[in-house]
Ligand binder design. Structure first.
Ligand code: SPQ
Length: 425
């Protein structure tokens, strides 16, 4: 498709759609809890619908009114063997977290996904689950989908030092630990998004968090709850960056989740001299973010902040092309195993538009400030690459940008283009 270029400025306010990570987990927790749950502001994007459909196929009593989703959970034991293999679509979160839930179910389930998901590593979840007593089988042992998981009622607890910083691995192990007999101890490599820990407590479960160490004693029974999903800061990020780099812009993003394990991008924007203000609501968990066109300077991104902005690195790379100096992003090798190899995809696609960007083993080096020009680019099937490229195209004056595989954006942000159109002056 032909992208919007030559922007004259972005002005106005935008309400951000529900958080993808929390939407997935709200269906999962509501399904494994006992009693009624209701979910408000669920993200109706392709990835979250993969989770919703998987739980329907597992026998979940789910009533979707379009506005609110009602779930009548009957505990882990209420899940039933599906009549066919489960389609995970493009969603790593669905696949990996569901594996931890299926770990304690006494039936076999086959999971399959699209081309991109079928190349993403699953042993990071399957190896520790196998230590807990789960069996798995696939063409490439348990590393890739399609994969059959054989859960067990006799799950053993685990004492596990995580070799990667991954909220998905941590969450899968916590879901399994909730069903195991005894205390599990999980030590994170770096602190990652903590939605699973917070929601375990919200649903009446017990988990002890001490820095990067988590302790959970199973088996536990969870109780149904009302969930109001906050806006997704990872979606807001595209408009935060657009508002900073497009001349004549001032944008307020409403209802953005401000969980501290997700707000790394705000720190980076501040370090780059970006004009950004955060106005938390009474609950302190959500708030408004206002950005305006700014003169930016280069920065360094790495270390413990990386997991707190891992999904924002493609758009931060674009931000760095518009900052004066050399920005270095490191400790981000996890980008290689996302929907695409995001180190390669960001480099290749932004270079086509004239950016000065070099890939490294664990990140990117970006020299700014560069003028971007038109070109033919592709999302390569990765939603975040597609949205980053549309944001870049706004800066192109007098040329055209053609985006292939733009439909990938529906994975997390089906109203992205309409939202952008609303802000154009
Ligand atoms: O679900 P999926 O495909 O893995 O989604 C991504 C994304 O960009 O939307 C990653 F490609 O987000 C992950 C994130 O990178 C969502 C997530 C979660 O909800 O727990 C955790 C992160 O992944 P990981 O591998 O670091 O645990």
């Amino acid at each position: 498709m032909k992208l919007q270029t030559n922007s004259k400025g972005l002005q106005g306010t935008l309400k951000i759609l529900g958080d993808k990570s929390i939407s997935h987990r709200s269906i999962m927790f509501a399904s494994i809890a006992e009693g009624a749950s209701e979910i408000h502001n669920f993200l109706r994007a392709k990835d979250c619908l993969s989770t919703l459909n998987a739980f329907k196929a597992l026998g979940g009593k789910i009533k979707d009114t379009g506005d609110v989703i009602y779930v009548y959970g009957t505990g882990f034991q209420g899940l039933k063997k599906p009549s066919a293999p489960l389609d995970m679509g493009n969603s790593g979160t669905t696949t990996r977290l569901l594996s931890g839930i299926l770990a304690g179910c006494n039936f076999e389930v086959t999971l399959f996904g699209d081309e991109s998901l079928s190349k993403r590593p699953m042993n990071r979840v399957m190896l520790p689950l196998r230590e807990m007593g789960v069996a798995g089988h696939g063409v490439h042992d348990t590393e890739f989908l399609p994969l059959t998981i054989y859960g067990t009622k006799n799950l053993k607890p685990i004492n596990y030092q995580m070799p990667v910083a991954s909220a998905q691995v941590k969450s899968a192990l916590l879901f399994a630990a909730l069903q195991a007999q005894g205390e599990s101890v999980i030590l994170e490599k770096e602190a990652t998004r903590n939605h699973t820990e917070e929601m375990t407590q919200q649903f009446g479960g017990e988990i002890a968090v001490c820095g990067k160490e988590l302790r959970l004693t199973g088996p536990q029974m969870l109780k149904g709850q009302k969930i109001v999903v906050p806006g997704d800061i990872s979606s807001a990020a595209f408009f935060m960056v657009a508002g900073l780099i497009v001349p004549n812009s001032k944008i307020t993003l409403k209802n953005v989740g401000l969980n501290k394990t997700r707000t790394g991008i705000i720190d980076v924007i501040k370090a780059m001299g970006g004009k950004i203000t955060i106005a938390p609501y009474k609950d302190q968990r959500t708030g408004n973010i206002t950005v305006e066109t700014s003169e930016l300077k280069a920065t360094a991104v790495g270390g413990e902040i990386t997991p707190q902005l891992i999904d924002e690195l493609p758009i931060i790379a674009l931000l760095a092309t518009q900052a004066q100096g050399v920005t270095v992003i490191k400790d981000a090798e996890e980008l290689k195993v996302k929907e695409t190899n995001r180190i390669d995809a960001v480099t290749c696609e932004l270079q086509k538009l004239g950016a000065d960007i070099t890939p490294t083993d664990d990140g990117l080096v970006i020299r700014g400030k560069t003028k971007l020009h038109g070109g033919k680019v592709t999302s390569a099937g990765d939603h975040r690459i597609g949205m980053m490229l549309q944001t870049a195209a706004l800066l192109v004056q007098g040329g055209q940008v053609e985006l292939e595989r733009s439909e990938a954006i529906n994975i997390s942000f089906p109203t992205f283009f309409e939202s952008l159109a609303k802000l154009e002056v």
